[in-house]
Design a protein around this ligand. Structure first.
Ligand code: TRP
Length: 444
């Protein structure tokens, strides 16, 4: 539904549009029309940006393998912000993807000093039970895992460490001479979390999307760079042709690549010492929209894996907006009054809603005159993000509030009831999920 009011577009988008120019994140607006049945977060512009999500979209559409992966640091209580990532993982699994959820206990232990035991308990009780309750399914290539127990990932982290040097990683994470080695190792673990679904034992190279908050983009950028660096070839789109650059590829590998490209019958193939150009391309459309480059890359990746290389595809990512804290400012795990935990007592949650900051005016009469400001209201935001399935309902609410016909008390009571109901049901589902932990290979 297209609407002029765009009641979910306005919230803090200004802050985020900077990310597009400064960091090279693409706007999700261009992708949205391509999705048949987008997730409400996409429709409501909560997911506002992406890197290379086209690769995932095409795989989804053509029923080729793809995966979704994200991670949770077990350092405190899981709240509605974390639930967004969980829902995004589950949605992609439901679209046919493999799904991976890491409990980042190496990171929590190394960076936050949380004991292994506590990491385990927080991992299960805060994150894993909710993931299962929300619909994460056990499947052949879908895993919920603790970083410390995933040795394929850890081996990959060690290998990736060869490609990352101290000065670039310091520039990204602000490391100094005081930073200890395990902290650095946990950074490589995160890159390996992201790339390991592409290892041969998990089905090989495939597009993988990482749903995260925008603050996690530096990790994504680094991991995309590392993926490029492990490749033997770079398949690059040029003006009117495609160039395949060998990166210290042996002569025999260059010859093999040339052969693969000739067999593909894309156009005229000419091999030079360190690159191969494909010109006179017939499929102009494919050249223009990038699908031809992708098709060639798939052949080259296949070739690389046959020769024992990783052939990683740079991971894609999607970025969601953060919810505002209930007391204003950011929603944060470390400030209980700012968030509602998924394990929160439903009555307590209702009270937090009743105390929350709204977009209401100083006085009742002023509100009747001027109308409320839903774009500044943490209660309205809860509806947009989580507690209303119905876009029309939101449009009506938005209009009623702005026109001064609806007062904050009514809204708060309504949302407080909804959140109580939601949490009661979710917490029951969590108890049922506890019984199912063994299906996911997790011992309670
Ligand atoms: N570092 C992330 C956090 O602080 C957690 C994390 C670990 C992660 N591995 C990941 C996130 C892989 C995305 C993908 O919350």
């Amino acid at each position: 539904m297209v609407s002029k009011l765009d009641p979910w577009g306005a919230v803090h988008v200004d802050d985020y549009s900077k990310l597009f120019e400064e960091f090279g994140i693409s706007s999700f607006d261009e992708i949205l029309p391509e999705l048949k049945d987008p997730h409400p977060y996409m429709r409501r512009k909560i997911i506002f940006g992406h890197r290379n999500y086209e690769s995932v979209l095409r795989a989804m559409r053509e029923h080729r393998p793809f995966a979704v992966m994200s991670g949770f640091m077990p350092s405190g209580r899981a709240h509605f912000g974390h639930m967004m990532v969980m829902n995004e993982i589950i949605w992609h699994q439901q679209q046919g993807g493999d799904a991976y959820a890491a409990i980042a206990n190496m990171e929590a232990h190394a960076v936050r000093g949380i004991s292994w035991e506590r990491c385990r308990s927080l991992g299960i009780n805060e994150y894993i039970l909710s993931l299962i309750a929300l619909g994460f399914q056990p499947q052949e290539n879908s895993h919920i895992y603790f970083q410390s127990e995933n040795y394929r990932m850890r081996d990959l982290a060690f290998e990736l460490g060869i490609e990352a040097n101290f000065s670039e990683v310091s520039a990204i994470y602000g490391f100094s001479g005081e930073t200890h080695l395990s902290h650095m190792e946990s950074v490589m673990a995160q890159s390996a979390d992201i790339l390991h679904p592409q290892l041969a034992e998990f089905g090989g190279p495939k597009p993988v999307v990482i749903p995260v908050g925008a603050d996690q983009d530096p990790h994504i950028k680094l991991t995309r760079d590392l993926a490029y660096r492990t490749r033997k070839f770079l398949v690059e789109q040029r003006e009117g042709y495609i160039s395949i650059r060998g990166k210290a590829a042996s002569t025999s590998l260059m010859q093999a690549a040339e052969q693969v490209l000739r067999q593909g019958d894309f156009g005229k193939v000419k091999r030079y010492e360190e690159h191969i150009d494909v010109t006179d391309i017939q499929d102009r459309q494919g050249l223009a929209d990038g699908t031809l480059r992708e098709a060639m890359d798939q052949l080259i990746i296949k070739l690389e894996t046959v020769h024992g290389e990783y052939g990683f595809i740079p991971p894609a990512s999607i970025y969601h907006r953060f919810m505002t804290g209930l007391a204003g400012g950011k929603m944060s795990s470390s400030r209980p009054e700012s968030h509602i935990a998924l394990t929160e007592d439903p009555k307590e949650a209702a009270k937090k809603i009743m105390r929350a900051i709204t977009g209401g005016r100083q006085s009742l009469s002023e509100q009747k005159k001027l109308g409320g400001e839903p774009e500044k209201c943490s209660i309205y935001e809860f509806l947009v993000f989580h507690l209303s399935d119905d876009d029309n309902e939101l449009l009506e609410l938005d209009a009623e509030c702005r026109s001064g016909r609806r007062m904050c008390g009514t809204c708060k009571k309504d949302v407080a009831e909804r959140i109580q109901r939601f949490l009661t049901e979710h917490q029951q589902a969590r108890e049922a999920a506890r019984e199912r932990l063994p299906e996911f290979g997790i011992k309670d």
